[in-house]
Design a protein around this ligand. Sequence first.
Ligand code: NAD
Length: 260
Amino acid sequence: MNLQSTKTLANGIHMPRLGLGVYKMTDRDETLQAITTAIDLGYRAIDTAALYYNEEEVGEAIRNASVKREELFVTTKVWNSDQGYDNTLRAFETSLKKLDLDYLDLYLTHWPVEGKFVDTYRAIERLYDEKLIRVPGVSNHHEHHLQQVLAKCNVAPMVNQVELQPYLNQAELRAFCQEHHIAVTAWSPLGRGHVLNDETISRIAADYGVTPAQIILRWHLQNDVLVIPKSVTPSRIKENSEVFHFELTEATMQEINALN
Ligand code: NAD
């Protein structure tokens, strides 16, 4: 694996295994600089959402990037207040306009809003049929939400983005998703920084001669989980991408799994 390694999704599309999350990047210059730094380092995926209020900046950074738009994998999400079939189609149009792109790589239901999330996904499915998105997906869906979506859809979601880190390893949900060919992306893969001071993680990091963040990201990748760590600090953006020169042993994997 390397920074440009991808996971092949259910429809054959290749999704980068490691990308940049841009939640809480609201300062324009900081956002542009973070995304540009990441792309120059070799990141090929950017994860935003309508809720993050930075789709314009994400689009601007992509248009000015050192690589072609087609080489990048761009994700955004429909926010809760815009769910339901027609509203989702409208929200997508707004996001696409803000990003100023012709298509999106991945579009997700941000959260399964009760009474609406199945219709939201049906709209995402239509966007997929119309080739406005390359991959249809969902976020924060538990097994029972997925069951409802699977019962009603023609094309199953190909990605489920969920909170996942060593203290919440989502083993059961991951097994369900694997069975249904749904790739799992970890949001807050570093637990928003809270897991970095864990004693076990720190000891393992010292043993491998890397940082706690690198140990955690590598653990995700070896579990076949896609990651989108967020940082605006260039040295951390670089650090988070340098997780391909070492491998955790099975014993280390088990030790981290046990932190759940
Ligand atoms: P994260 O786990 O990526 O942690 C980010 C924080 O950790 C940063 O703000 C920084 O303070 C710290 N950090 C990052 N790299 C570090 C390093 N190398 N060393 C030390 N500290 C470091 O948390 P996140 O931003 O919440 O999640 C990542 C992305 O997931 C978001 O940006 C967003 O794109 C996505 N997300 C999605 C949902 C959803 O509901 N689908 C929810 C939350 C986040």
